[in-house]
Design a binder for this molecule. Structure first.
Ligand code: ADP
Ligand code: ZN
Length: 431
């Protein structure tokens, strides 16, 4: 099974033909694992029942707890001697899950990442700096091997050490970087401290992903660095980066349907949502031999974008991830996603590059406090100006999230920073 070929521009009929064959293979392969052997026996589904991509809906779901409770080797479909690498999720929502790969799996993964990068306009001659953490996190080695496969001069910069990052960007005339969006915003203030104009570099493309971010953040990154920024979506359970990526149209991420079978369901009922509606993304690996995963509940909320992409690729597009189903804040009976807050904050010019949502309890009342960094030039001593700004932010937020949050204006660069994924919400209600 090779995923890096003509299939990028295949028509729907061809994609669905490939899916039917690979889904059958995947289920056959998966039942070699202790976990899926048991699951399949419970459901009574036979391999011969799977003859089309639509037959996905007779298969059982897999969730994060299944991976955790069969830790470490319960989902391996081949002997552990055949495995050459393992990765783990970042553990954003609890204990990390571990995924194993054969050499064949790694080759296919690198092809998929290369295909993504190429789609966004990266090519052989580019100098590529990977500014995401290496180690168990898939944004390091996962992107790295894809960039090498494409033929880029690949700099494994890793996360953090901002001054050195900037020096390398300059010295090696880097043209493409992979970076977590919250870090890209933070790095801009280090540029300022070093009196280097980010737009004076050779950068032309930034690949941003690994954490939820809004259109407003993308716009800021594009303006600060003078680049095109493309959204990259993936998760460790599906290898990591390389699952869905934006093409140059920047209107949704093409999900590689020859390698992943995607569904969008209602997270409560698990029934498919009407086409174009938001729900939880469910993914099945179609090309993985070492550790196939069937109908994985990503908990990520998105929708299929209806219609065809002008780029001509027929692989379905998913919309920007609006959040995880378990990210939802319930406050005073209202449901709020952190990205709703970010969208408003980042559209206000005086607001700087970082914010933090704190949930507090005052007596019996829950309260949302939002600490907002203000750009240097607006952080003035005149209280009246600051109060007016605070009021403006509070009002804009209330229009979007329907509750009145307490807004604290804080100095630029004063909130805690992370080299990896940003922590946007701190829940202090049970402390
Ligand atoms: P963890 O689930 O512990 O964070 P991973 O490192 O595997 O572990 O991260 C995968 C998750 O990161 C996805 O399920 C999703 O929630 C988030 N993510 C990855 N890429 C994006 C993206 N481009 N936009 C929004 N969220 C993303
Ligand atoms: Zn496209």
């Amino acid at each position: 099974m090779n995923c890096f070929d003509q299939v990028e521009f295949a028509d729907r009929k061809e994609i669905e033909r490939i899916q039917a064959v690979r889904l059958k293979n995947t289920v056959y392969q998966a039942t070699a694992s202790r976990f899926y052997r048991g699951r399949m026996a419970m459901t009574g589904v036979k391999i011969s029942d799977i003859n089309s991509h639509n037959d996905i809906n007779i298969l059982p779901f897999t969730n994060k707890d299944d991976l955790r409770s069969n830790y470490p080797y319960g989902l391996l479909a081949m002997p552990v001697e055949e495995m050459v690498r393992l990765h783990a999720s970042s553990g954003t929502t609890g204990t990390a899950t571990v995924i194993f790969h054969t050499q064949n799996d790694l080759n296919i993964w690198a092809d998929l990442v290369a295909r993504c990068m190429h789609m966004s306009g990266v090519s052989t001659g580019d100098v590529f700096q990977n500014m995401s953490g290496y180690g168990l996190f898939t944004g390091g080695l996962g992107i790295h091997y894809g960039a090498e496969r494409l033929g880029c001069l690949t700099i494994p910069a890793g996360a953090g050490n901002s001054k050195r990052q900037i020096k390398m960007l300059k010295d090696f005339k880097v043209t493409v970087a992979h970076i977590i969006p919250s870090y890209a915003l933070h790095l801009s203030s280090v540029f300022k401290d070093m009196s280097v104009d980010p737009r004076s570099l050779h950068l032309r493309i930034m690949l941003i992903g690994a954490e939820p971010h809004t259109h407003e953040v993308r716009k800021r990154i594009e303006e600060i660095y003078g680049v095109k920024a493309y959204n990259s979506y993936g998760l460790s359970e599906m290898n990591g980066p390389g699952v869905a990526f934006e093409c140059r149209e920047q209107s949704g991420m093409h999900l590689w349907e020859d390698a992943y079978l995607a569904e969008i369901v209602d997270p409560e009922t698990l029934d498919p949502v009407p086409d174009g509606n938001v729900g939880e993304l469910i993914l099945t690996t179609l090309c993985r031999e070492g550790m196939p995963v069937i109908r994985y509940r990503t908990r990520d909320l998105t929708r299929f974008i209806p219609g065809e992409c002008p780029c001509g690729r027929k692989h379905k597009r998913i919309d920007r991830i609006s959040g995880r189903s378990d990210d939802m804040i319930v406050l005073k009976g209202v449901n709020i996603y952190p990205m709703q807050v970010e969208k408003i904050l980042m559209s206000i010019p005086e607001v700087g590059q970082n914010y933090l949502i704190e949930l507090e309890r005052e007596g019996y009342m829950d309260q949302m406090r939002i600490k907002v960094e203000i750009r240097d030039e607006f952080f003035v001593e005149d209280m009246r100006i600051l109060q007016a700004l605070q009021k403006k932010i509070t009002t804009h937020l209330r229009d979007e999230i329907l509750i009145t949050a307490k807004v604290d204006l804080v100095e630029h660069d004063s909130l805690p920073k992370n080299d990896g994924k940003a922590v946007r919400v701190v829940d202090k209600r049970n402390n």
